[in-house]
Design a protein around this ligand. Structure first.
Ligand code: P1T
Length: 384
């Protein structure tokens, strides 16, 4: 079955009891057992819930994998995957990544004896140099948040010893519709399903997906032992959103391409970051490993950094809000919002400056989006 068919049908069989076409929200914490130890495979909803299982089957299938564990947030999924590591292990990480992931690694997990090296993974020699005998895991985010750098997944996978080092890809920005990391050699895919998979900015969730049974067993154990699971209603909302992932991603990417071109041509714009632009330094890699360039565009206006604040006050359709991937367009100031937890010096060294703005381009009519951006750019110039 092709992608859209799987999105709508896998895990979505009619309910065996009633024939309900749509998977019910099994809003129950527990299950009545006929005798001690005799039940139908369901004992307690932290461990297993039929609505969550349906979502897990659907998402596994979208990454062409056998196994998925759903979580209550992208961060819970990330924390569960990092349980593949123990004290003393070393992890190599993309240097540009979601600020919350950086915070989890640097302020929580480093206290448990794991060490992290942040590397510009567009430089393969730097990745090779960072890998040590005790490197247990390589954490790739591509495209990166917020600078939209592209990491060559297959090339990084080829640098590690697969017996020793697990490669994880945070596939949130591309979504499984545009990028399939497992086919490129990665072992695990992580998603913040809050974003494109859920697609409507109405639910927080996460997922860890793999084709390797021994890795799944560890993640699943952690999912139950720690308990960061989504409730059935959240699982159901995510599943409903994911059914239209393909059609939404095509619109996001078409609109984002027009927005990126518009910004690149605009005299008042200093720099645009979008992997679909020929001017993007890793455009060729993006073209080879992705089937589309996604809906995220970052840019810097000419003039002082404060101009970004003036711009953020002026947009009407692009709401100033954290998060991304919903049908509605959002605008974010990474340095003060999503990446505020990264120390200023580190952040600026990596290119996340006070002038940087990030757009999650929605699926509204693109003419309206361009008019909104044009107007906000003009007004931000006058505010200087
Ligand atoms: O917010 P949560 O569902 O816990 O997901 C965390 C996460 C993980 N990975 C990436 C690439 C992300 O972008 C995020 C969350 N990001 C935002 C909230 C944001 O606005 O960038």
């Amino acid at each position: 079955m092709k992608f859209s068919t799987r999105a709508i049908h896998v895990g979505q069989e009619a309910d065996p009891t009633t024939g309900a076409t749509i998977v019910p929200i099994y809003q129950t914490s527990t299950y009545t057992q006929s005798a001690v130890g005799e039940h139908k495979g369901f004992d307690y909803s932290r461990t297993v819930n039929p609505t969550r299982s349906a979502l897990e089957a659907q998402l596994a299938s979208l990454e062409n994998a056998q196994y998925c564990s759903a979580f209550s947030s992208g961060m819970a999924a990330t924390a569960a995957v990092l349980n593949l590591c123990s004290a003393g292990d070393h992890i190599v990480v993309t240097d540009d990544l979601y600020g919350g992931t950086y915070r989890l690694f640097s302020r929580v997990l480093s206290r448990y004896g794991m060490s992290f090296s942040y590397v510009d993974m567009s430089d393969l020699a730097a990745v090779r140099a960072a890998i040590r005998p005790e490197t247990k895991l390589i954490w790739i985010e591509t495209p990166t948040n917020p600078l939209l750098k592209i990491v060559d997944i297959a090339a990084v996978c080829a640098l590690r010893d697969p017996q020793r080092t697990t490669v994880v890809v945070d596939n949130t920005f591309a979504s499984p519709y545009f990028q399939q990391p497992l086919a490129l050699g990665a072992d695990v895919v992580v998603h913040s399903t809050t974003k494109y998979i859920g697609g409507h900015s109405d639910v927080v969730g996460g997922a860890a997906i793999t084709d390797r049974a021994e890795i799944y067993d560890i993640i699943k154990f952690h999912q139950n032992a720690v308990g960061g699971v989504p409730g059935p209603h959240d699982a159901w909302l995510t599943m409903r959103g994911a059914k239209t992932l393909a059609i939404r991603m095509r619109e996001h990417a078409a609109n984002a391409a027009r927005v990126a071109e518009f910004l690149e041509k605009h005299d008042e714009v200093e720099r645009v970051y979008y992997p679909g632009l020929a001017s993007h330094p890793q455009h060729a890699i993006a073209k080879a490993q992705m089937s589309g360039f996604g809906g995220m565009v970052s840019f810097v206006l000419r003039g002082p950094a404060e101009r970004a604040f003036a711009f953020a006050r002026e947009t009407k359709l692009f709401s100033l809000a954290e998060s991304l991937g919903g049908v509605e367009s959002l605008l974010c100031h990474p340095a003060r919002m999503t990446h505020g937890s990264i120390p200023k010096e580190d952040r600026e060294r990596r290119g996340v400056t006070d002038g940087l703005l990030r757009l999650s381009v929605g699926i509204e009519d693109c003419d309206d989006l361009l008019a909104d951006l044009r107007r906000a750019i003009e007004r931000s110039a006058r505010a200087q």
